[in-house]
Design a protein around this ligand. Sequence first.
Ligand code: FUB
Ligand code: ZN
Length: 656
Amino acid sequence: MTRQSILAILLLGMMHAPLPARLQTGVLRPVSFSKVNITDAFWKPKIDLVATKTLDACIYQTEVKTARIRNFEKVARNQGEKHEGIFYDDSDVFKALEAMAYSLQTHPSASLEKKCDEWIDKIAAAQQPDGYLNTYYTLTSPDKRYSDMSMHEDYNNGHLIEAAVAYYEATGKRKLLDVAVRWADHFDRIFGPGKRHWVTGHQELELALVKLYRTTGEKRYLALADWLLAERGHRHADGYTWSQWKDTAYAQDLVPVKQQREITGHAVRAMYLYTGAADVATHTGDTGYLHAMRRVWEDVVYRNMYITGGIGSAGSNEGFSTDYDLPNEQAYCETCASVGMVFWNQRMNALTRNTEYIDVLERSLYNGALDGLSLSGDRFFYGNPLASRGQHQRREWFGTACCPSNIARLVASLGNYLYASDDDGIYVNLFVQSETQINMRGNNVGIQMKTTYPWNGAMTLHVDPAKPDSFGIRIRIPGWLNGKAVPGGLYHMNTANASKMPVFLVNGKPVSSVMRDGYACLSRKWMQGDRLTWTFEMPVQRLYARDEIKQTKGRTALQRGPLVYCVEGVDNDSAAWNIILPENVKFSPVPHSILNEKVMALRGTAPVLVASPDGISAKTELRTVTAIPYYAWANRGKTEMQVWLPTRIKDLKINY
Ligand code: FUB
Ligand code: ZN
């Protein structure tokens, strides 16, 4: 029996599971970004910016301003020099390398490749004869290796593996891959069934090992990833100092992964864990992970996610607190956590073919994650609050610098998230102007998407099979189009009951489609040069939150297409906390510039609380209010900002 058919049987066995998705055989195959040429007016400049600015910033910080690269040099010199920085700083080197590798595929650059090779030589020189690699322990206390599961030795090298795979794919050069393989083999010799337990204090290695398995074909890596997942929830970490958190929920070690029902603890750890579990399930067909992940996903999306797709409201654990506790000004919403949402939701979509996951992915991508990167490309947000009195500012770097290279690698590899395929058809998940070729059962199909999304919903998809062929094109119908802000209804839209299904035209003639799990499926014999067109209406939508979220009570937010909006003082007479949006205030899209970024702002006339000339009382006065896409705030100096605005004067609270 083939792996495919085993997976088919396992998945069919889940037909009675409480999963809304229709489970089918196999999993979707996302089209790799290396096969997608993005020409999009929104994303292409951002991908270019990462190549020209963000990576330079990462390189400068990694090798000049901080000792991250110097630590590797010190290990290689072996002169008893001191480690500088934090024990997980190696991971930032690897994550930057991964982003550089992705960028090399879309922006070949001899100097960038030379820089990568230089770093790789230094990394390789720091690897110990037995394969061990970690600058902190090697310089500080080599005798304490693997004595504390919270110390990120495996997390760091998970990022090594991801970088190695990316660089090998970009250049065909094996040196870093060989380092990664040596480390993985070394780890595999020590940990595993019948060997030592390892309950990582920061998940990441699991998903990395699946990548290593895919690249090398070595099944041991997949088995090791599966074993690492199975280690959780059995108190194997007792006696190890990683229980510094005491609360084992922090690193999702409270119960075995397959029994998990609730989201707990540190948000980035959780996202990497579930991404790894989905990757393992993709290859093993283990439905236990899928069931658990659906339950946990519902807990995230139905009760614990911001309207921006950001997650992890509390700074104390960089993660989740209690259900519906979603403060705005104090929102933690780490950039890495939104990046993790993109990773995890893509895998869930591939496993289930359900667009709910892409709706969430799109929300996190365009809002919570993209907000982490400045319009200049060289300033970053670590946390992404939904309200500010002007105290927040993007920064050049951070002591814990996980976010800059994370957003860089996501944007550099954006093409990964647009298209997917299976044996029956092609899936269009995100709407980004681009071209690709997809192999449909041996027939090469050229795909070209034309759009100015997210500003406008008009779409043209050129479908160009090498030979006329029957297959499906499945277009994701975004949830927001039909007034469904988020799956589960944590937020709802004023257009909740309106159905805005677009009319699909092939070569100008209407064609019928069938809705399945959020996709409009168009099955037909596609001919060379076929042109599929449709338009998503993009009204300005008002959003409201469930009453359980006390911080958004009596408030409303604005969204258009996939973009969540905010009001920023710089566009509104220096203030954003005095604006009221009663139901009757209408907003219209207007072209607007934020530095060099051309956006559609939303403009309306709304009551604004202003002080009387006597300075004692205040009154409302109607003023023009401008809202901008949330991702673009905090690029023009320190200024007030709010995503959620009160609908009545009594809700103009100072604290929320
Ligand atoms: O622990 C490494 C990284 O630092 C985590 O992923 C981030 O959340 C930050 O805590
Ligand atoms: Zn981070």
